[in-house]
Design a protein around this ligand. Structure first.
Ligand code: AMP
Length: 191
């Protein structure tokens, strides 16, 4: 299997690039943000709880997203690998992901982190907010809070994968195709 963590701050392009990666390498896309938004839409108890955090740009509790990933890993058994998008966002989540994969005789092959300048992130998210209904993209102070939380709580996950020699920094500025090429080069080097 080819298991990839696609990492980076909000607005780095993880969703867009995940789509391209799953097509090229025939992988399954697992985005905790997408799963959470679908729970919110369906107004499930989990969705209702998650909305309280998401609307303020805060992280939802670790156990909630870990449970969602665990369920998805059980559900999609016959796939050739996963792209984890927006997960893990804490070291606790990274540890648990390793444990869940290990139970299945699997592991993360590589963690690619998209690097984008702060002002570019804010601009991209403000623009996305104009085109989508995402509640967390509508307010610039919430957007900035999400980027701050990334810097304060999530960025450290890089060290976790660095210690395993799986971390790869990828230039996240430029055209979608240029960025994708950078990702593919890293995948080919690690396959
Ligand atoms: P995303 O679509 O990845 O930007 O996620 C949207 C929001 O969902 C985030 O701002 C968090 O509130 C929540 N979320 C998504 N993934 C996670 C995660 N792995 N851990 C905690 N919260 C998450």
């Amino acid at each position: 299997m080819l298991n990839i963590v696609l990492f980076g701050p909000p607005g780095a392009g993880k969703g867009t690039q995940s789509q391209k990666l799953i097509q090229k390498y025939n992988l399954m896309h697992l985005s905790t943000g997408d799963i959470l938004r679908s729970e919110i839409e369906k107004e499930t108890p989990q969705g209702i709880e998650a909305k309280r955090y998401i609307d303020h740009g805060e992280l939802v509790p670790d156990e909630m997203v870990i449970g969602m990933i665990s369920q998805a890993l059980d559900e999609y058994r016959d796939v050739s690998g996963f792209v984890f998008d927006g997960f893990p966002r804490t070291t606790v989540q990274a540890n648990r992901l390793d444990a869940m994969l290990k139970d299945k005789g699997e592991a993360i092959n590589l963690m690619m982190s998209l690097e984008v300048e702060y002002n570019e992130l804010v601009n991209r998210l403000v623009n996305r907010g104009k085109e989508s209904k995402r509640t967390d993209d509508q307010d610039v102070s919430i957007i900035k809070n999400r980027i701050n939380i990334y810097n304060e709580r999530t960025k450290i996950v890089i060290d976790y994968y660095k210690a395993q020699d799986k971390y790869c920094a990828i230039k996240g500025m430029g055209s979608i195709d240029e960025i994708f090429q950078g990702l593919c080069d890293a995948v080919e080097a690690h396959k």
